[in-house]
Design a protein around this ligand. Sequence first.
Ligand code: GMT
Length: 385
Amino acid sequence: MKIGVSCYPTYGGSGIVAAELSCALAARGHEVHVISYARPHRLSWPATAASTSAGGSLHFHKVDVRGYPLFEYPPYSLALATKMVEVARRHELELMHVHYAVPNAVSAVLARQMLAPQPIAVVTTLHGTDVTLVGKDPSYLETTRFGVVQSDAVTAVSSSLRATTLEQLSVDCDVEVVPNFVDAAQFAGQASPGARRWATGDEPVFVHVSNFRPVKRALQVLRIFEAVRARRPCKLLLVGEGPDHAKVAERAGELGLGEDVVLLGELPAVEEALVGATAFLLPSSSESFGLAALEAMAAGVPVVGSRVGGMPEVVVDGDCGFLLPPEDLDGMVRAAALYADDDELQRRHGASGRRRAVEQFSVDRAVAAYLSVYQRAIAASSAPV
Ligand code: GMT
């Protein structure tokens, strides 16, 4: 198939899913064109030697947003729609798969109209805050709803997000659940010494990976860590960048956590900080799926996190981690300390999470699900009205 993909290129789950799906589709023989204002950081090619032999290809097209003295806010949505039209015409795309509804879905619907009579199907994947925060904001609600109902197919990354979408956007359309996925081989443990590189002895090492947006509650990660560290020496690795990052760094200093909190910033290979860690901390206030938690599971690391949104669909409480209400920080401290103290439990839950990641969230399963959505969207878009 000839597929266009649009996403945010920044450090975040939706961009990771879009980039890795694009690589996986190309590796299976499809022609994939990624359209965004910068190259998504996980968009690597060729992914493996086998991928090139499958005959697929992967291309990146940059959206240029021209400024003009009149524009206080340059219209990215229009520049994106224009680029979609250009790429779709030149490469005869059959389908545009957009990740994150705002504004990508509306740009794709607009592009489809401009491309007529050339047919192109629009598939929108909802990731979370495009519905739960941004999409339901009065400034964007109507356009988000329009982009969703005008898409030929809509998917959500969890059942929880599907339910929230139908309720918060008050839409009456099919929303199919296609859970996120992980290439478990990438997290298999070759990243040795992994997280233990930052340990000075055999002390526990905790990890948090996020885009440091307020929903991730990175300051609460520090509070959990501080309480566990009061009981025994341990380390905390913080991976990623974002709005709360500076605040977290400052707070770590104020709390006197010194060299026990290691700020790693954005890592090209996140597995280097995950493999070998004691537990992954994710006390988010909302999480439609929790891709970072799934990657920790793939690395064999148990998760201590919030029982919110789609998290229970990923992390089985009491089997590959512990999920607690977001406000129950004491409970999270107890869970993290349990993993630090009980090696057998830590290993058992880590192995169970890895097994679940391999068996339930494989790349193959997700690619098959998306290809079937694509076929149906193409059929729907070319059906007579
Ligand atoms: O951070 C966000 O809110 C946006 C988005 C992103 O681009 O990273 O995150 C969402 O999509 C991820 C991939 O599907 C999910 O794993 C995250 O749970 C989800 N974030 C939230 O729902 C807060």
